[in-house]
Write a protein that binds this ligand. Structure first.
Ligand code: ADP
Ligand code: MG
Length: 261
């Protein structure tokens, strides 16, 4: 079900990781959350980071978001060094963390208000994004009136409102039921196509990674690192039940079990 929403948005930018590592000072000594990682992500590419809990997925996203500082190496986004949080990179979590005192329209327009965008322009941009995420008719609904999937769609629209170049998604659909998750996959793909953003998407769900990614980077814990890379050339939109997808999932699972064992 392809939609042809035209959205005037800045597209994605490339990301470059040069020897980026992160070691935390843990109670029982240093924790190597991420070993030196060198990686290039193309502008507009959809890259999934896949791995078990504790392998450094969130750490990697936090480094790109500028919420953590690398222990070594450097990251650039669109050629500019990441030196802290910026509106060009936005992080989305499992918990949509919307503002309960604002309705859908207010949540989506929130960042624009912060940026001093005039009211009429705010409303127009918010409306366009509300339609992009299929929430037309819910502009005046409050967070408690929305389902989990709808909340995540509001969170995505709110993130897009500030026109980031990079979307950093940390297990965003992890709390959703299987049917809603399927639907969110196809919606996210539509949104990604319409906006051309660069996406780093973290998941521990193998099929989810393959359904969405141009590339799947498989990570392994202790010490956290990228152990394998799979380029996914299956045609889009992809079905979780597709034979080729299931075959690839089996192959990737074998790598995950081997590295975990
Ligand atoms: P994932 O998202 O893949 O589950 P994380 O990136 O959250 O993994 O964590 C990787 C490792 O780093 C884990 O061992 C975790 O306990 C550790 N870690 C993460 N953040 C911190 C922190 N702020 N302080 C100390 N250790 C941390
Ligand atoms: Mg995590």
């Amino acid at each position: 079900m392809e939609k042809s929403v035209v959205v005037q948005q800045q597209g994605g930018v490339p990301l470059r990781f040069a020897g980026v590592s992160k070691t935390f000072a843990g109670r029982a000594g240093p924790v190597e959350a991420l070993l030196p990682t060198t990686l290039e992500v193309a502008a507009g590419e959809f890259v999934c980071l896949l791995g078990p809990s504790g392998c450094g997925k969130s750490t990697l996203l936090s480094l790109v978001a500028g919420l953590e500082v690398p222990s070594s190496g450097s990251i650039t986004a669109g050629g500019r060094p990441v030196q802290g949080p910026g509106a060009d990179r936005v992080l989305l979590f499992q918990d949509a963390a919307l503002f309960p005192w604002l309705d859908v329209q207010g949540n989506v327009a929130f960042g624009l208000r912060q940026q001093g965008v005039p009211a009429a322009q705010r409303a127009a941009r918010a409306q366009e994004l509300i339609e992009l995420v299929n929430l037309k008719g819910f502009e005046r609904s409050f967070v408690h009136q929305l389902s989990g999937g709808m909340r995540q769609r509001v969170a995505i629209a709110r993130a897009l409102a500030i026109e980031p170049a990079v979307l950093l998604m940390d297990e965003p659909f992890g709390a959703l039921d299987a049917l809603t998750r399927d639907r969110m996959h196809s919606e996210l793909e539509t949104i990604w196509r319409a906006t051309g953003k660069t996406v780093l998407f973290v998941t521990h769900n193998v099929r989810e990674a393959i359904a969405l990614g141009d590339r799947v980077l498989v990570m392994s814990p202790r010490p956290g690192r990228i152990v394998r890379e799979f380029r996914v050339s299956l045609p889009r939109p992809r079905s979780l039940e597709d034979h080729a997808l299931v075959d690839l999932a089996r192959e990737i699972l074998a790598v995950l079990y081997q590295k975990a064992g």
